[in-house]
Design a protein around this ligand. Structure first.
Ligand code: ZN
Length: 1016
């Protein structure tokens, strides 16, 4: 008999059942969520409470991965995970819990890994040397931390992680909110990540004590989502539980937060300014916080969530209309969310607020609230918000069941009743939607008054400051300088030695038998999702029930290319992919504004009905679950796509909408200007993102400046285009509108269309002929335009990278980012593809080659290789590094040593690398909607067989160790040579000189540029 008994079994209507178990011996709990899917995920959750800013919860999250009682080797967990069809492990720390995660393809590897993972969580080694290298130390140069090594799983130095995030706008505002909202001694007040000044003094003893207090079996819950046999699971868990029990009894458990003092209500409102470092002082952030209902008030919380949807969900919602959809927007984005705590907190965040408007926005918000109280709620729209939210909940369960259900389970484990009754309500009950539909206007107003008008608040104005930025840098330099002086050269030498010793202690090699004894699971244990494809025009290759069904629907001839993908879904997604190759150069820059305005223009229906833009948004929201636009699907940068998801019963309505949006909307200067301004205001934030900028700058080198969307719609180009467009819309609105009309006319020629319908095709009454009735049928369509090859818009430097690159200074960041590119295979049938993918995985996998010489040495948060067949380019990316040159230098050295066979690949890592590639291929189709989308990408965009990924998996399995060396010579070594690679580095200004000198000693000729000089 098993140690584990069932606490509660919950059957939901979504075909997903949940069972909560608890051990009779150790009170370890497990929640199993039964999901039919190829991936299995684990969320191993420990509630943690901290009353100071030392960061014990977060440092533990890192130290757990350094080895355990039974497996006392750093990296052993990830090395084994890599063999289990997983891509490493991960973890996060929130204010109230730490969660350790793993996702595997199939359950076989998952079950093998589970007891090893739990051994790490409950019995980590927590050594002095581990603490020294991974939490904080002072290196021989007198600098703190060695700057990187315990960050989350990918980057393990805690101190460096906090250095990178402690002073961002978000972090500074959040911490100040916590300080003002919660009293001393309350766990919600703490920075559980650990403040740098605290981490510098945190000793390992304190962390060990913290582990002892919180990492106990009765505080741990193993949340598992996916297809796992319960009996197989207990074959693994029972012996583990016995071992835990053998460690002896524990004192009674105090539940974190639940057994702590309740949160006191705020007595009066407070407003404060919080500075954050940024050279660009134009845009800030506003956060307003209130305390909400206690966590057990299920209906109150759902009510508030709906109220916030109503207030901010779309262009016609009250707050968006007031603050975003205006000529001079006060912000670009509004988010109101509820923090789940014993007493919840409600945070309204306004992004990209012009600095001079920060205060007015707060006043403005309360004015709007008061106005709603006086003028009332639009009950018609509220009804549509509730219905849409219900559909969205159902849709999320289809798209992301692992995260939806694990989210509920985590909250239950931290705050719920032990009986599982709160969990049952959370995962099962959608009847609150019916209750909310019956709410009167007065009830909604009551909620707004109670929680937002009569309830004291904290308003924080996040204000960018160049002076503060400089001060932070100066202070830190001074502090380190002083530290260096105080320590003196002798002591520094000693510290350097001490660090070396600690590293050595941490790096004791994993005995090969541990790895070899961990069996590689079989691919057969993975259950793939079955998608059945048919086409509008019957094609020889499709002989299946879906094609038969489509062929029988022959009431009308539909002149379009349509692919139907059948999945077991409650929704239908209708997408139209449009090639942009025929857009003339002078109009292409305005495509971005067109895309942005697509769903928010006035509409003239063929029946004479006129809808204002607000009415259109309202109606569209009523009829759909979601709608979106994007461009550059999977590297096909010349394609744009509009996509509408509806309940299956609204298939015809979805088609009709697509017709109206394509042909019957009307451009107005006012709407276009609002869209352009919104896009423009988003730019400063994007420009603070070092990695995004690296991508953008590289695109300016590798893509054609006139014909490529990547160049033309890129942030740097749009920053120049948008103000001109706005000016034109103001000065000569008619000319501007004419231009947009021309752009649209060229774009929406039917020969540019490829349509995709995915959903339960067999349940649609007339999947084909519905198009005749509800779409625009244009006779004599020209032959379908070819799909523009991404390679056709590459520049010479894009086709054959070499001798191109810059270093770009970015004051808003504290570290550096880089991308190196070189030529790769450019066809999917290339025999190089499978071995190259395995090689890349072997190099950048967790605990792999790059990991050891780069991440493990604290040189970067992460590095990875990416092979893009569509463009024939391979990239090496460096993400958050104190010095991107040093990363390059290490990568180059190790790659050259491998090439010259001075260093050999570790043969035992081959299976791990293959399993990593296989995991990546499986996760491309890990839910029904993704699987259907992948079917279109493969068959239509790439002109491949729908089973391509499965075939590639077999090719990957067949890769031999001997195949790798040739790939290294042919491709990877070229990434690090100046004549065969392009390099972009984005760096904090202080490091630019070092980085430039470093690269130039290797024959690169990197010019330093400021961001606004990249294109001219
Ligand atoms: Zn971390």
């Amino acid at each position: 008999m098993s140690n584990f008994r069932i606490i509660r079994t919950i059957e939901t209507k979504f075909g997903i059942n949940v069972v909560k178990y608890k051990s009779n011996r150790t009170s370890l709990s497990a929640i199993l969520v039964d999901i039919e899917a190829p991936l299995v995920s684990g969320f191993f959750t420990i509630p943690t409470e901290a009353t100071d800013d030392d960061g014990c919860p977060h440092t533990l999250e890192h130290l757990v991965f350094l080895g355990s009682e039974l497996y006392p080797y750093k990296g052993v967990l990830d090395t084994l995970a890599n063999r289990a069809f997983a891509q490493g492990t991960n973890a996060w720390t929130e204010t109230d819990h730490t969660c350790y995660t793993i996702t595997t393809a199939g359950s076989e590897g998952f079950l093998k890994l589970l007891p090893i993972y739990v051994d790490h969580i409950l019995y980590p080694t927590l050594t002095e040397s581990g603490h020294y290298t991974e939490v904080h130390h002072i290196n021989g140069k007198g600098e703190d931390a060695g700057v990187y090594s315990i960050y989350f799983k990918n980057y393990r130095v805690v101190y460096s992680e906090m250095q990178g995030r402690q002073n961002t706008c978000d972090s500074r505002v959040t911490l100040q909110y916590q300080r003002l909202m919660y009293p001393e001694g309350c766990g919600y007040r703490s920075e559980t990540g650990g403040l740098m000044e605290c981490l510098r003094h945190l000793g390992v003893e304190k962390i060990r004590q913290y582990h002892h207090d919180y990492y106990r079996p009765d505080n741990l819950c193993l949340i598992i989502t996916g297809k796992v046999s319960h009996s197989e699971l207990f074959k693994v868990l029972d012996p583990l539980d016995d071992r835990i029990a053998s460690k002896g009894n524990l004192p009674p458990r105090k539940r974190p937060f639940v057994d702590s003092a309740p949160i006191a209500l705020l007595e009066k409102s407070i407003q404060e300014t919080v500075e954050f470092p940024d050279e660009d002082e134009s845009m800030g952030q506003v956060v307003i916080a209130w305390l909400g209902p206690t966590i057990d008030k299920f209906l109150d919380l759902r009510t508030l969530e709906i109220l916030y949807e109503y207030l901010s969900d779309s262009a016609v919602s009250v707050l968006q209309k007031e603050f975003v959809e205006i000529e001079e927007p006060l912000c670009t984005d509004i988010d109101i969310s509820i923090n789940e705590q014993t007493r919840t907190a409600i945070l309204a965040t306004f992004e990209n607020v012009p600095t001079e408007e920060l205060e007015d926005l707060v006043t403005g918000l309360f004015d709007v609230f008061k106005r709603i109280v006086n003028e009332g709620i639009d009950m018609e729209r509220m009804k549509s918000v509730i219905q849409r939210d219900r559909l969205k909940t159902l849709d999320e369960i289809e798209v992301d069941p692992h995260n939806v259900f694990s989210g509920h389970c985590i909250v239950d484990h931290v705050y719920g009743k032990e009986t599982g009754e709160d969990l049952e309500i959370a995962v099962k009950d959608l009847s609150y939607y019916d209750q909310l539909l019956n709410f009167s206007e007065g009830q909604w107003i009551e909620y707004l008054k109670k929680y937002h008008i009569d309830n004291p608040h904290i308003a924080l104005l996040g204000c960018p400051s160049a002076k503060f930025s400089k001060k932070l840098i100066d202070d830190e330099l001074k502090r380190v300088e002083k530290q260096r002086e105080t320590l003196g050269p002798e002591k520094l030498k000693e510290l350097e030695k001490q660090l070396g010793k600690a590293k050595e202690l941490n790096e004791s090699p994993i005995p090969p038998q541990i790895i070899e004894n961990f069996p590689v699971p079989s691919v057969e244990s993975i259950t793939f999702i079955n998608v059945i494809t048919g086409r509008n025009k019957s094609e020889e290759k499709y002989k299946n029930i879906v094609q038969d069904y489509l062929d029988r629907d022959n009431l009308a001839d539909i002149p379009y290319f349509i692919q139907f993908d059948h999945i077991n879904s409650a929704f239908v997604t209708i997408s139209i992919h449009i090639t942009t190759a025929s857009i003339p150069d002078h109009l292409r820059p305005y495509l971005e504004i067109y895309l942005e305005s697509f769903y928010s223009l006035p509409l003239n229906r063929p029946n004479g009905e006129h809808l204002t833009f607000e009415q259109l948004v309202n109606e569209l929201n009523k009829d759909t679950v979601s709608y979106e636009h994007n461009w550059g699907v999977r590297g096909f940068e010349g394609m744009i796509c509009f996509s509408i998801k509806v309940e299956a019963s609204k298939y015809a309505t979805g088609i009709q909408w697509l017709r109206d949006l394509l042909w019957n909307t009307e451009f107005t200067a006012e709407r276009l200007k609002i869209c352009a301004t919104k896009l423009l205001n988003d730019i400063p934030q994007t420009k603070r993102d070092g990695y995004q900028m690296a991508i953008n700058v590289l695109q300016t080198i590798q893509y054609d400046r006139l014909r490529s969307n990547k160049y033309v719609l890129g942030t740097l180009n749009q920053e120049k285009v948008l103000p001109e467009a706005i000016k034109l819309l103001e000065k000569n609105p008619n000319k501007a509108i004419e231009m947009f009309a021309k752009l649209k006319e060229i774009l929406i020629s039917p020969e540019n269309f490829r349509i995709h319908v995915s959903g339960d095709i067999m349940k649609l009454p007339n999947p084909k002929s519905t198009w005749a009735e509800y779409f625009k049928i244009i006779p004599d369509i020209k032959p379908l335009s070819p799909i523009p090859s991404p390679q056709s818009v590459l520049t010479e430097s894009g086709h054959s990278p070499g001798n191109k690159g810059y270093i770009v200074k970015l004051p808003a960041i504290e570290n550096s980012f880089a991308i190196h590119s070189t030529k790769g295979p450019n066809t999917f049938d290339s025999p190089d593809l499978a071995p190259l993918l395995v090689l890349c995985e072997l190099l950048h996998i967790m605990e792999g080659v790059f990991w050891r010489v780069i991440r493990g040495q604290g040189l970067a948060y992460s590095v990875w290789l990416k092979v893009t067949v569509e463009t024939g380019i391979i990239q090496f990316s460096t993400y958050k590094s104190p010095d991107a040159y040093k990363v390059y230098d290490q990568a180059r050295k190790i790659v050259n040593d491998l090439a010259s066979k001075k260093v050999e690949f570790d043969k035992s890592e081959l299976e791990g690398a293959k399993s990593g590639v296989i995991y990546g291929l499986v996760s491309k189709e890990d839910n029904i909607q993704k699987a259907a989308a992948e079917s279109f990408v493969l068959q239509v965009l790439n002109n491949l067989d729908s089973g391509f990924n499965k075939k590639l998996i077999s090719r990957v399995q067949a890769v031999k160790f001997e195949d790798l060396h040739a790939m290294l010579i042919k491709y990877i070594t070229k990434l690090y040579m100046p004549e065969t690679s392009n390099v972009i580095v984005i760096s904090t200004p202080g490091k630019v000189k070092d980085i430039q000198e470093g690269f130039n000693t290797h024959g690169f000729n990197l010019e330093v540029k400021s961001l606004d000089k990249v294109i001219n």
